[in-house]
Design a protein around this ligand. Structure first.
Ligand code: NAI
Length: 252
């Protein structure tokens, strides 16, 4: 097993790519802290608990940690709790993300702030305390989930593209800061993946996108989880500051 004895924290892990990553890392021996959005009706918590049960079934420990990663204090408290309960944190996957699409003409300041705060602010909020801990231990790996849209831009997504391009710049800068401590920082840039995030896209638009993908189909959450697993494992021990595109050849 490639991650035996390691402890990982994954943000937004109650569904989609986060859930698939939790299971992929657990299968390779890692204990998993599953972050979820603390929604009032508890739906995300129930989903996170179901993921935790799946992690247990794989023989690993799990923690379910509700925290809005757009906020600094709850994020720092969550990282501290994961370190306290696991004894150490080896892996952070900054995965939480949202869309609030509109052309700039119609985009509200609130939609801009929400997308920047969740998709990019969360990376500051979680990576700051986690990297400080990893620096002291002189080991660790951080993966930030960007997007192909951060590389290409997209109609109606100035906020999302800015956040995801920001995630790439953040990744490269933090990789430079942390390399001397043996901590690696990389990004994964998914293309169009079949998850809840893309299920609401108009079927006609989706079909047009699909036709442009050289491999001919959308990817799955598991395809992204496999890339993340590679980057956090020792197989990638000489890789830092890299952006790994997983998009079926849609953008190359
Ligand atoms: P998803 O919508 O299924 O998952 C996003 C997760 O983030 C959810 O569990 C959600 O509850 C959580 N989240 C949102 N706001 C949060 C907050 N403030 N605090 C804590 N958790 C929060 O979508 P998916 O596809 O699994 O997305 C995962 C990541 O991959 C996101 O960063 C997304 O931008 C990125 N991505 C997805 C692509 C796709 O085609 N599905 C393409 C490119 C990037």
């Amino acid at each position: 097993m490639r991650l035996a004895g390691k402890h990982a924290l994954i943000t937004g892990a109650s569904q989609g790519i986060g859930r698939a990553t939790a299971l992929a890392l657990a299968r390779e021996g890692a204990d998993i802290a599953i972050n979820h959005y603390p929604d009032p009706d508890g739906a995300h918590r129930r989903n996170a608990e179901a993921v935790a049960a799946e992690v247990h079934a794989l023989g690993r420990r799990s923690l379910v940690l509700g925290a809005d990663v757009a906020q600094e204090k709850p994020s720092a408290d969550m990282v501290a709790q994961a370190i306290r309960e696991f004894g150490a944190l080896d892996i952070l996957v900054n995965n939480a993300g949202i869309l609030r699409d509109a052309t700039l003409r119609n985009l509200t300041r609130q939609q801009w702030d929400d997308v920047l705060d969740v998709n990019l602010g969360s990376m500051f909020n979680c990576a700051k305390p986690a990297s400080s801990h990893m620096r002291e231990r002189e080991t660790g790996s951080i993966v930030n989930i960007a997007s192909v849209i951060g590389l290409t831009g997209n109609f109606g997504q100035t906020n999302y593209a800015a956040a995801k391009a920001g995630a790439i710049g953040f990744t490269k800068s933090l990789a430079r800061e942390m390399a001397r401590y043996g901590v690696r920082v990389n990004a994964v840039a998914p293309g169009f993946m079949d998850t809840d995030m893309t299920r609401t896209i108009d079927p006609e638009i989706k079909e047009n996108i699909r036709k442009q993908i050289p491999l001919g189909h959308f990817g799955t959450a598991e395809d992204i989880a496999a890339a993340i697993l590679f980057l956090v494992s020792d197989d990638a021990r000489y890789i830092t500051g890299e952006v790994l595109s997983v998009n079926g050849g849609w953008y190359m």
